[in-house]
Write a protein that binds this ligand. Structure first.
Ligand code: COA
Length: 155
């Protein structure tokens, strides 16, 4: 059974993340979406909310939370692959650094990158939150349950 971990803060999940999850699911027997408990940046949504929104958007996919080192979590899950999305050249430095650091700690765990769909190459969770907070329409950027939640917050 080939397991891959797709980690992130998902604050909140966007259509760009969904696209990566769907495509990774075609490549692996099992994809675990792993939501980091305490992201280094301050999250707007609680861990429970972030997990719940993903579960609503991708029924059938395993969604869990994790704390501590990603490679340790991957080991516990028997996953040999970490999946990350690449949007633009600007993502590269950070992702490269993270992938090499993870490989140093866990040489048997490989990070693979899926190029984001061109429709989402500019998309980020921060922009989505900003647009929603200012009353903009995010319905084409995030799945319906997330748009609903963001709208509720703004009311
Ligand atoms: N579509 C849309 N947005 C995307 C995207 C895509 N395909 N891919 C990335 N993004 C955006 C996210 O929306 C997010 O935007 P934001 O900054 O506005 O919130 C940003 O890119 C990056 O977020 P994310 O992919 O969630 O990654 P992260 O940097 O928040 O989290 C972890 C990275 C969780 C994988 C990393 O911090 C980690 O592994 N931590 C555990 C501790 C550890 O092991 N440390 C050692 C690692 S070197």
């Amino acid at each position: 059974m080939k397991t891959a971990i797709y980690p992130g803060s998902f604050d909140p999940i966007t259509n760009g993340h969904l696209d990566i999850i769907k495509r990774a699911s075609e490549l692996f027997d099992r994809v675990i979406v792993a939501v980091i408990k305490n992201p280094s940046k301050k999250s707007q949504f609680s861990l429970a909310d972030r997990v719940e929104m993903i579960k609503k958007c991708v029924p059938g996919v395993i969604v869990e939370s994790f704390d501590g080192l990603l490679v340790e979590y991957a080991r516990q899950k028997g996953a040999k692959t970490i999946v990350r999305g690449l949007r633009a050249v600007s993502d590269f430095d950070y992702e490269f650094q993270m992938a090499l650091t993870n490989r140093k700690m866990a040489p048997t765990i490989e990070t693979i990158f899926l190029m984001t769909d061109y429709r989402y190459s500019y998309l980020s969770s921060s922009f989505v939150k900003q647009i929603a907070a200012l009353g903009g329409d995010v319905s084409e950027l995030v799945p319906a349950p997330v748009a609903k939640k963001l709208k509720k917050r703004g009311e």
